[in-house]
Structures are given as C-alpha cells and as structure tokens.
Design a protein around this ligand. Structure first.
Ligand code: ATP
Ligand code: MG
Length: 559
C-alpha cells in the first residue's frame, strides 16, 4: 500500500524546477526537506499537501525528508498529537529519515543566541509586552528604538544568562535581535528571539524556563539538519528576510533556503488546527477522527484511502498563488480510487419488506455476483434469494409518475441478479403507513431477462430477509453549509444539521469481514462504505464514505 500511494506524485512544479537548477549548478548534492508540524493538533488535508510535497520531492530526488516536531510552544503540545502525526504520515505512505524535535536543539539554539549577543546583534529588552508592541510601530508607521537597545554586550550576556537561570518572572525580559526598528518589514523590527515561560515542556521537562521563538528556531533547525530546501506556506514570505538574516549572521553547519507555496484552501472545510480544535472541544463533532472532519484521521475513519489523498494532492499541484479548491476535486479523486478497489455488495439502508407470493415459502436459491465488475481477480460471491426480501423504501412509490422506473402498484421491475417482480398490493398499518408489498415474480426471468423479450427499465437492489445481516449505517454529508466556513464569525451557525444521519435498521447482503485495514465496499446504487472502528461482528456499523455521484452538483444544476 505504501509504495503505490507514494508513487503517485511526479508532476512538475516551480519548486521542482528550482531544485533541478540547484542540482545542475552543483549548489546542492543531496536534496533534503522536512515536514515541520507543531504537535498542537491532528493533521488535516492541508498538511497532506505539504507532506506529499516534502516527502515526494525527497523520494523523487533520492534525498530524504525529516519529520520534525516544531515544539517551541510548551503550553499547547501533547503526546497524543505527536502519536497521531506519526501515524498519519505513515498511513499516507511516507517514511521519514529522522524524527527530531526542534526542542532537541535547545542547547545549540542557546549557543547561537549567545553568539548573536557577542556580535552585538541581539540584546535583552526589559520593556513589557505592551511597550514592545507600541515601539514596533505599524504597517504604516516605523518603529522606534527602545530604551534598552544599546545595552553593552557584557550586560546582555549577564542578563540573558540570568534569564536562563530562572532569576526572573515570565515577561520581565526578552531577547531581541538588533536589526532595524525602521524596516518597512515589521518582522525585521528587532524581533523577539527568546521569552521567559515557566512551563514544563513535553520533551525537555523543566530544564528550560526560556523558550526560543518560531522564527529563530525554524531556520536554525533546518541548518542543523542539513535541510537544503525549506518549503513553507505563503504567509511566511514576509519572514524570509529574517530567516536569511539569522542564517547569514551565524556560523551554521549548512545554509538552507526557504521557498513558499500556496496553502491548500478547500471549499466547505476548515484547515486551521485552532478551529478544528474548537469543533472538537465544543462537541460539534465526536472527536478529531469524526468522519466528517477533514483531518487525516477523520478521513481514514470515513473510508478515504491514502492513495486517494495523494492523488488529490497531485491533481491540485503546487503553486505560488492562493486559490480555493472545489470539494468536487477531492470527491473525484476519492471516487476514482474507490471505484477501482471497492468490493461490490448489496445492502438496503431503509428497508421495505417485499413478499413474493408465488415463490414457494420453503424454497431458496443462490445467485452468483461478481465482486468487482471490471476486475475478475476479485472473484464472485453467492447471493441467497428467498420468498421475502427487502428493497429500499425509495424504490417504491404508490402514486408514481410515468417516468418512475422503479416499483409501484401494477408495475414490473428487475431485481438485480434475480428475477422480474410485479407489485400486486400494498399492505398498510392502521395509521396508513406502508408496511410491506405483495409482489409476484416471473420464473422465466431468472438472471434478469425474459424469454419473450419484454422490456423492464428499472433495476433495483435487494437483500434476502432471511439471510440479511442487521447493521447500522452512518450517512455523512458536508459538515458546513457555506463554502468558506473559516470566514464565519460563529462556526456553529454554519454547521450542516444533516451532516450525519444514522440509519439503524439497515440490512446487509452478508456478513462483513472486520480487519484492521477495513475493506472498501461499494453497496450498489448507494455509494462507497467502510466499516467503522466501533463495528462488531454482532453489530456492523458502516460509514458512507461517498455517494456514487456528486449529488450536490446535480442539485446545483437543477436550480
Ligand atoms: P494550523 O493553523 O492549522 O495550526 P500551521 O501551518 O500552523 O496550521 P503546522 O503544524 O505549523 O500548522 O504545519 C506544518 C506544516 O504544514 C507547515 O510547513 C505548514 O506550512 C504546512 N501546512 C499547514 N497547513 C497547510 C495548508 N492548508 N496547505 C499547505 N500546507 C499547510
Ligand atoms: Mg504553525
């Protein structure tokens, strides 16, 4: 599985062109990349784009990619997230070279900070956060040099050491780079490099009470690891001058380059861990792996295959310009992959009983059905048939229009694989609700055609009542009602109330295998399904991964 999924992306893009040029000019010999998540949440579909890019490039150029945990915010990081990130990257089919933490480099980073101080390029600022913010100016106005900017090297060294040695409270001092308070780029106005935080860190425990900031840590971590191409999303473009300044002013083991690409934005979804976290903690979904969430773990539970996600990333490509991808692109990638691999079965999710009155009560027969229409390697299965069957309630209409080609009183329909049946009577309960149908079958039509050549337009699926397995099916739809939920002021106002419908009276054709890596099924006419983690042999629970066609597109056309 991992090989085929990782083989998919070989399309060219501007980053690959740049790497080709670097290799041709001997600026680089081994291509080294990294995927640097902050372990403060689960990975989502946006991260998949970055994973496919970074790991895909390393693989295709015979180099390597590190999975680096960017763990400089001690407050928000948890082991659960670390474990889930590793699992997701592996599941997508990629192998990392190293799996370091940025916090592994805290000693080296501290040394680099001392070096900057000694060069007169960093200083301890004793203003509070508010004063620092005010002194930095705005996008329109320049900043101002603060009162501590010209402290001596000796005083800075002594204060920074005291910061490290736990002599101050949070916020009393920070270490700042000494660059240019008047720079048009606000990131260059003496950015903070270290702050005091009395917090236990998941990796370094209580060893440190000062923590380096992202911008200081990131480029230096790249340099320590020998990363050649540091690929990040466009919001870091304005940080590149700082990335370069830090590396240009320090003796580092290597000199990486940062290149930016557009973030994935996908309609009807959120790609911000903070907002996904809110959905989880406010209980709008069942967890990070709720099948409606476009987290990697949610998608896995929903029945996405790693190949479908890698193919999707390949389809959307890598560009320098932000754009929003339509949900249909992801759905197409998924359907294409599932169509090729899903095992075919029949299932009825909203059953209506049909009694075939001229079929002997004690008789049973078995039809053979292909497990996959195009792939004979999948073999066939036996489908039992008897006098009582279930059909889908939607496949019957009492007062049907002329063009309704399914079942209605007096009309004939083909049962997939089996016989033609004609509806004779409708049985109702005292409330007038339809309870069952009485039908007759044509014994001559075995296998689905009649010797007299009469035409039957509609074919419906069914399940033998006596043999059916009771099951629950979760039908999922988009979690949000608007294409850009991230822009909504109040997330719960744009949640789709019908995003999950539980059908707990479903009937399956046969027992379902339960494995760690559940099989993808296509229930004919209904869509693609996968068994949920909570499924048991006694009570199968299935998630609908996707319908067969894009019902949203059809609705759009009809309007
Ligand atoms: P979030 O706001 O969800 O926390 P982030 O960018 O802060 O997102 P990180 O854990 O820092 O999340 O991301 C790790 C890597 O994944 C980064 O290199 C980041 O640029 C990339 N990444 C995150 N979101 C996307 C996205 N939507 N499209 C492409 N790459 C992304
Ligand atoms: Mg981040």
């Amino acid at each position: 599985m991992s090989e085929s999924s990782a083989d998919a992306s070989d399309s060219s893009n501007f980053i690959r062109d740049m790497i080709d040029a670097d290799l041709a000019a001997n600026r680089v010999s081994t291509v080294v990349t990294r995927f640097p998540p902050e372990p403060n949440g689960y990975l989502h579909i946006g991260h998949a784009k970055s994973i496919c890019l970074n790991f895909g490039i390393a693989r295709d150029y015979g180099g390597y990619c590190n999975l680096r945990f960017d763990d400089t915010n001690p407050e928000k990081e948890e082991q659960e997230y670390i474990d889930s990130i590793r699992r997701d990257v592996e599941w997508l089919g990629f192998e990392w070279h190293g799996n370091p933490f940025a916090s592994d480099y805290f000693d080296q980073l501290y040394g680099f900070a001392i070096d900057l101080i000694k060069q007169g390029k960093a200083y301890v600022d004793s203003q509070n956060a508010e004063e620092i913010r005010a002194g930095r100016g705005t996008l329109k106005t320049p900043g101002e040099d603060g009162p501590y900017r010209n402290r001596s090297v000796a005083e800075n060294l002594q204060l920074f050491e005291a910061m490290r040695n736990d002599e101050f409270d949070d916020g009393e001092h920070v270490l700042r780079a000494k660059i240019d308070m008047q720079s048009p780029n606000i990131n260059m106005r003496d950015p903070v490099l270290y702050r005091i935080r009395h917090v236990t860190h998941h990796n370094t425990g209580d060893k440190w009470c000062i923590y380096p900031l992202y911008d200081f840590t990131h480029g230096l971590s790249d340099a320590i690891e020998g990363v050649t191409h540091s690929l990040c999303t466009l919001e870091f473009e304005d940080h590149r001058p700082l990335y370069d300044w830090i590396l240009d002013n320090l003796e580092t083991p290597s000199r990486p380059r940062q290149t930016e690409f557009a973030r994935l934005q996908l309609e009807f979804s959120l790609t911000s861990k903070r907002k996904l976290n809110a959905l989880v903690s406010e209980g709008h979904v069942s967890g990070w792996d709720d099948p409606r969430m476009l987290t990697i773990s949610g998608m896995r539970r929903r029945g996405f295959t790693p190949e479908s996600i890698v193919n999707f990333c390949d389809m959307i490509g890598v560009t320098k310009k932000d754009s929003t991808i339509e949900m249909g692109v992801l759905e197409t990638a998924l359907r294409d992959d599932l169509n090729a691999r899903a095992v075919r079965r029949m299932a009825v999710i909203n059953p209506l009983k049909v009694v075939i009155e001229n079929y002997p009560a004690d008789r049973e027969e078995v039809f053979k059905g292909a497990n996959h229409p195009q792939n004979p390697d999948y073999g066939t299965r036996e489908i039992p048939f008897a006098r009582e069957i279930y059909i889908e309630r939607d496949d019957f209409m009492e007062d049907a229009p002329r063009k309704f080609f399914r079942l209605s009183p007096g009309r004939e329909v083909r049962l997939r694989f089996a016989y033609y049946i004609t509806c004779q009577r409708v049985i109702k309960n005292p409330d007038g609700e339809i309870e069952s149908l009485i039908c007759t079958y044509d014994p001559e039509s075995r296998g689905g055609s009649s010797p007299d050549g009469r035409k039957v337009k509609g074919t419906i699926h069914w399940v033998s009542a006596r043999h059916a397995v009771d099951a629950t099916v979760n039908l999922y739809d988009r979690l949000f009602t608007v294409p850009n939920p991230g822009a909504a002021a109040d997330l719960h106002r744009v949640l789709n109330p019908d995003s999950r419908v539980v059908m707990d009276n479903a009937k399956f054709e046969a027992a379902i295998e339960l494995t760690d890596n559940p099989l993808a099924y296509q229930f004919e006419r209904l869509g693609y399904f996968v068994s949920d983690y909570d499924s048991t042999v006694e009570r199968p629970i299935f998630n609908r991964t996707m319908t067969l066609r894009d019902s949203w597109a059809k609705i759009g056309q009809a309007q």
